[in-house]
Design a protein around this ligand. Structure first.
Ligand code: SAM
Length: 218
């Protein structure tokens, strides 16, 4: 087995400082989230912003679906990276954080690209499935209990060769530790093995941030 670099915050800062510069409004969201205390860890990491930026530049999706918006860092990252005619449908049930996210989208002058639907994601996804709307890229980052359900609904409305990216699939590394068997660790493990067995996609897991699963619809 080859040896892998053990990441620490010093190396992560080095990587981030030598990658794409963030937009001022992305920086503002991160600063805003820092004041929120514990829940700031909900936002995607800076390295995940860089990854989403690049994958969008390479794949050029026209329609993007996001499940789990919070204060808008991942949504804005995808809006900034995508073409002017790309549309992002973003789902979140929280009215307050959605209001904050919208204010950041306005500030970056990107509101016209983003349709934020404030409702339970299961309901919004059912509506999208029934409306026959299709997506080239999906980013799943909401409640972990429902990951399999979100994936199953998302795959129905993903174009062939479209990409589904899911966050937190390494769950602080706990998924690989047999001694960790709390509810959410078990849920994420179930999700990862469900994806591995799913013959509708080819997939890989990347150790970026808390772990990203990348699936390509076959
Ligand atoms: C990890 S945060 C998303 C972080 C976001 N991607 C970012 O970069 O800042 C998860 C979000 O999922 C939302 N959420 C949780 N359960 C949900 C549900 N059942 N329906 C819709 N949204 C939900 C929460 O309100 C929260 O904003």
């Amino acid at each position: 087995m080859g040896s892998n670099l053990q990441l620490n915050s010093q190396i992560e800062n080095y990587i981030n400082n030598n990658s794409i510069d963030l937009h001022p409004v992305q920086k503002e969201i991160i600063k805003y989230n820092e004041k929120l205390g514990e829940i700031k860890k909900m936002q995607i990491s800076v390295s995940q912003c860089h990854f989403l930026h690049f994958i969008i530049k390479i794949t050029n999706p026209k329609n993007i679906l996001e499940i789990g918006t919070f204060t808008g860092l991942s949504t804005l990252t995808m809006a900034l990276a995508s073409n002017d005619d790309t549309l992002i449908t973003a789902l979140d049930k929280n009215e307050e954080t959605s209001k904050t996210a919208r204010s950041f989208f306005d500030k970056a002058n990107l509101s016209k690209k983003i349709n934020l639907l404030v409702n339970n994601a299961k309901k919004s996804l059912e509506d999208l499935v029934n409306s026959n709307k299709y997506f080239d890229m999906v980013f799943i980052d909401a409640d972990k209990e429902n990951y399999i359900d979100y994936f199953e609904k998302s795959i129905k409305i993903t174009n062939n060769s479209g990409i589904i990216i899911t966050d937190n699939v390494l769950w602080y590394g706990d998924v690989a530790n047999e001694d960790k068997n709390d509810r959410l660790t078990v849920k994420i493990r179930e999700f990862n093995s469900y994806i591995k067995k799913n013959n509708k996609v080819e997939s890989l897991i990347l150790p970026i941030g808390d772990g990203l699963s990348i699936c390509r619809k076959l």
